[in-house]
Design a protein around this ligand. Structure first.
Ligand code: SAM
Length: 236
């Protein structure tokens, strides 16, 4: 764990207690910081995630790494029953304060507190990158999904246009931590954010890992030129 006078950030080994403590530190202003740093794009990314899941009223969908429940709340707009799980008590408490209607519970992506095949769909937004064993998390997501059920992973990815990629990486490594210093309750977490995005597999590499974890018909769609990618798959 790296500590500074402002706060703390996890290392790229992503030890679960460090990741949880880091998110506890950002929880108070998480939703606002997200919207500022993404220039408001986060809302359209969440809408696209809901659409990609193809949820039907009455279906059960699990949102892993739900944080403050901002992603879970969007899923519920489909009429499905959406429940969120997260490792960070701070994020869950912040979520329960601002979204008391969203069901949120404590749960680790690597040991979900649900029976086999209990969901029609599962999703994980901006959280798989923070799990210390993403392949095990993808297998655990498959375990709680019924055969034929759907997965959507919404995660930062690799912009496809080389010129845009250069500008984006410069924003990520220089401007984003500076802007976070003015908005976030734990600006150092946004240094981790930039580093962890840079170290994350690109679209094709993540698709291969999803396919190796018990999921079929893997495909992806780029959002905002590949700043974010939605990987979707079906439980085999
Ligand atoms: C960037 S936030 C994303 C929150 C929300 N899904 C969104 O779209 O804004 C990442 C979340 O993943 C959670 N997380 C990290 N590792 C986890 C794990 N192993 N199990 C469950 N949640 C985890 C963190 O506590 C944090 O709340």
């Amino acid at each position: 764990m790296s500590r500074t006078p402002q706060g703390q950030r996890a290392g790229l080994d992503k030890s679960p207690p460090e990741v949880a403590a880091m998110f506890d530190g950002v929880a108070a202003r998480y939703d606002l910081t997200n919207t500022v740093l993404s220039f408001g794009q986060d809302r359209s990314w969440r809408r696209a995630t809901r659409a990609a899941l193809g949820l039907l009223p009455g279906e059960r969908v699990l949102d892993v790494g739900a944080g403050t429940g901002v992603s879970t709340q969007e899923l519920a707009r489909s009429g499905a029953y959406a429940v969120g799980a997260d490792l960070s008590q701070g994020m869950l408490h912040a979520g329960k304060r601002v979204r008391p209607e969203v069901p949120l519970l404590a749960g680790d992506a690597l040991r979900l507190p649900f029976a086999d095949a209990s969901f029609d769909a599962v999703t994980i937004s901006f959280a798989l990158r923070n799990v210390n064993d993403p392949d095990a998390a993808l297998r655990e997501l498959a375990r709680v999904t019924r055969p034929g059920g759907r997965l959507v992973v919404c995660e930062f990815s690799t912009p496809v246009n080389p010129a845009f990629r250069t500008v984006y990486l410069s924003y990520l490594m220089r401007s984003l931590p500076a802007v976070a210093r003015t908005v976030s309750s734990n600006p150092d977490a946004y240094v981790y954010l930039a580093e962890s995005i840079r170290a994350w597999p690109d679209q094709a590499a993540l698709a291969a890992r999803v396919g190796a974890a018990g999921w079929g018909r893997v495909a992806w769609r780029n959002l905002t030129g590949g700043v974010v990618a939605l990987h979707r798959a079906v439980r085999t």
